[in-house]
Design a protein around this ligand. Structure first.
Ligand SMILES: *[C@@H]1O[C@H](CO)[C@@H](O)[C@H](O)[C@H]1NC(C)=O
Ligand SMILES: *[C@@H]1O[C@H](CO)[C@@H](O)[C@H](O)[C@H]1NC(C)=O
Length: 510
């Protein structure tokens, strides 16, 4: 009997933990994107699944159950390209240009991703995958990979669901309170903001229709000649992961296969190096951590701004840790500069009172996880929108780089360090983030296994994918009803006129 039970238990377990073979591709050359992919990969590998993680970053340590595929040519090409650019130069362009810039830039990236020898080797191998997780970053063509392996597709984005991605997820786009990520508006918009956001959205839609989708279609069929259309592949995606949480970005309407996994990249903080631990412990007045992230190089920061920042810091009683790529000759005594800091471990230290960031979503999420208020010097992308949300939730102050002055910076520091409500709100949201039914990692595991168990989620596919835009917004129905009404009114008047005319004729005759 006992033996039978053991065998039964074994068979049950076998069904549940059957290790799956999963492919995960994050082609964007940006540390923050890599970390989100890594979070997803780690969560699944720890459950015993076999992962193949494709990325332009060479992974240092090998993780159990993870095979990494390094897109080295893509990495080389991107580094060369980046070396000719100063991110602060982009600032002189109006934000709407970003719509065209991103679409165009990612077409170049698409070619270099597909032509990378490691990618070609993978596609020409006879590997079989049970599911394929693909980063969405202006690269609809990448769905061809899931089609190629005949495996259910899962998409993952490193930002919040919205106008950019709703064509793949089928989520509704409501322009009155969903700001376009490049617009810099918050969810609460006045009439002019709503007008601006509407124009952003229309520009995006037209650009997609006239240029972006046809180009994606071209790249798709260049590398996957027998794939169906982009529209069909997008509508066939089983689950969509987004790096967000309502307490950070505000609540949004979500279809059941759109899953928020904000915080997936957060790992238990590593132990601080001894010197840093001592420095933080001894800083009784508190520490300010300053980092503009991985894409925005501090060394590109123009000299006048850099000097202004140092002047403001020199007047503070707090100490400052500044992630900066160069030696600073004129730094005040209370400022420490290093090329790299263990950001999460620093934010976890109780003496850290403030994080000055570029407002990227990973930094914002980490800051909230550890309950530290932020000042956001947003530069580009979704940073301005994230900071608008931070202001609305009362844990941050937005100071867009374009509007940066020494006085405004000093004021923002003074306000956030003297008003305890910023810290209280950060702590309050921190408890909200930790009070979830399941962790982001558990959510990832559940949904990926669910997709594999059921061979995709066709039962969750919204029919919105099958409608033309004028059907989706009921424009055809509104036009029809308005026409019927106009015709009815017209007929009514014609009949009236006829009747009245007859009465008048009769009166005349009388
Ligand atoms: C999975 O579903 C697709 C259609 O969505 C079908 O063509 C395929 O045969 C199914 N595979 C399995 C193993 O059931
Ligand atoms: C659609 O997804 C299913 C599994 O979810 C997959 O089997 C099928 O090949 C996909 N269809 C296309 C056209 O790629």
């Amino acid at each position: 009997m006992a033996k039978l039970l053991t065998v039964l238990a074994y068979l049950c377990c076998l069904h549940v933990i059957n290790a799956a073979n999963i492919l995960c591709i994050f082609p964007t050359f940006s540390r923050s994107h890599f970390y989100i992919g890594e979070g997803i990969v780690k969560a699944l590998a720890e459950e015993g699944h076999q992962l193949t993680y494709v990325s332009p970053y060479k992974q240092k340590e090998s993780t159990k159950n993870v095979k990494s595929v390094h897109l080295s040519e893509l990495e080389k090409w991107t580094i060369e390209k980046r070396s000719t650019m100063n991110i602060f130069d982009i600032l002189n362009l109006p934000p709407i240009i970003f719509i065209f810039f991103m679409g165009y830039m990612h077409l170049d990236i698409a070619e270099h991703t597909m032509q990378d020898p490691a990618m070609q080797e993978l596609l020409n191998s006879d590997e079989k995958f049970d599911a394929v997780i693909l980063e969405w970053m202006f690269n609809d063509y990448l769905q061809g990979v899931a089609h190629h392996f005949k495996a259910p597709a899962i998409s993952a984005a490193t930002f919040t669901a919205g106008i950019l991605t709703n064509h793949i997820s089928g989520n509704p786009s409501i322009y009155s309170h969903m700001p376009h990520v490049f617009s810099g508006y918050g969810q609460k918009m006045d009439f002019w903001d709503r007008t601006g956001n509407f124009m952003f959205a229309m520009t995006q839609n037209l650009y997609n229709k006239l240029y972006f989708f046809p180009q994606q279609e071209r790249v798709l069929h260049k590398y996957f000649p027998d794939a169906p259309s982009i529209y069909e592949l997008n509508a066939n995606i089983s689950v969509h992961f987004f790096n967000s949480h309502p307490a950070i970005n505000g609540p949004l309407p979500m279809l059941p296969n759109v899953i928020e996994i904000g915080g997936i990249h957060i790992q238990p903080p590593k132990k601080l190096p001894d010197d840093l631990q001592k420095y933080l412990d001894e800083s009784k007045e508190g520490v300010i951590y300053f980092s503009l992230g991985g894409n925005v190089n501090g060394k590109d920061l123009p000299r006048p701004q850099r000097e202004a920042i140092l002047r403001v810091f020199s007047k503070l009683k707090q100490r400052v840790l500044w992630k900066f790529e160069e030696e600073l000759d004129d730094k005040p005594a209370n400022v420490e500069v290093k090329k790299w800091f263990p950001q999460q471990a620093i934010l976890a230290h109780p003496n850290v009172k403030l994080f000055i960031t570029h407002g990227g979503l990973l930094s914002t999420t980490e800051s909230l996880h550890y309950g530290v208020p932020i000042i956001g010097i947003s530069v580009f992308g979704d940073q301005a929108v994230n900071m608008k949300n931070a202001e609305a939730s009362g844990f941050g102050i937005s100071l867009p780089y374009k509007q940066f002055t020494e006085e405004k910076f000093a004021n923002a520091l003074d306000r956030i360090l003297s008003d305890p409500s910023y810290m209280q709100n950060a702590k309050r949201i921190s408890t909200l983030l930790k009070d979830q039914f399941d962790t982001p990692a558990e959510r990832v595991v559940h949904w990926v296994e669910y997709v594999i168990r059921h061979n995709g989620t066709s039962h969750l596919r919204t029919v919105a994918h099958d409608l033309y835009w004028y059907q989706y917004y009921s424009i055809d129905v509104i036009l029809f009803l308005v026409s019927i009404n106009l015709i009815t009114i017209k007929i009514f008047f014609v009949i009236c006129k006829q009747l009245c005319g007859r009465r008048k004729q009769k009166q005349k005759q009388n």
